[in-house]
Design a protein around this ligand. Structure first.
Ligand SMILES: [Zn+2]
Length: 141
């Protein structure tokens, strides 16, 4: 699954908890669940890193760094940070359990959530929550 999708599901999961730590953990759990769902990939590390590097600070500006919304998004992408570890570490094999099962990340995209849909839906969820955070801020909440 692409990072916009992981951030979006982490954000949605964070709505049921009140602490940043619980939000991050629920984001990690959602990451595993979304890896199990058949999904397309973008396979562009630059796009993936840029989407996280932009979305997380934007969410933090809207909600504040201690918000569960922000930490749900971070928890949602955290397991994939292992793809950025040095090759020496990556060569030992994936660390996150769902990354160890190749069939979950196959190139067979029949019945899968296409990458474009993850971009559209993930972007919509992140945009909606960003707007909602700004509205809360402007009301002084
Ligand atoms: Zn993953």
């Amino acid at each position: 699954m692409i990072q916009l999708g992981h951030m979006a599901t982490g954000i949605l999961a964070s709505r049921h908890v009140s602490s940043p730590v619980a939000a991050a953990l629920s984001g990690v759990v959602m990451h595993g669940m979304m890896d199990v769902a058949p999904h397309g990939e973008i396979n562009d590390r630059g796009w993936e890193v840029a989407s996280v590097a932009l979305a997380v600070p934007i969410l933090a500006m809207a909600w504040g760094w201690r918000s569960p919304v922000v930490w749900g998004a971070i928890g949602g992408v955290l397991p994939d940070a292992e793809h950025l570890l040095p090759a020496k570490v990556r060569d030992r094999g994936p660390l996150f359990p769902t990354h160890r099962i190749d069939a979950l990340h196959s190139s067979d995209t029949r019945l899968a959530i296409p990458a474009w849909a993850q971009v559209a839906l993930g972007g919509a969820v992140i945009g909606w929550f960003t707007a909602r955070g700004w509205r809360r801020r402007s009301r002084g909440a």
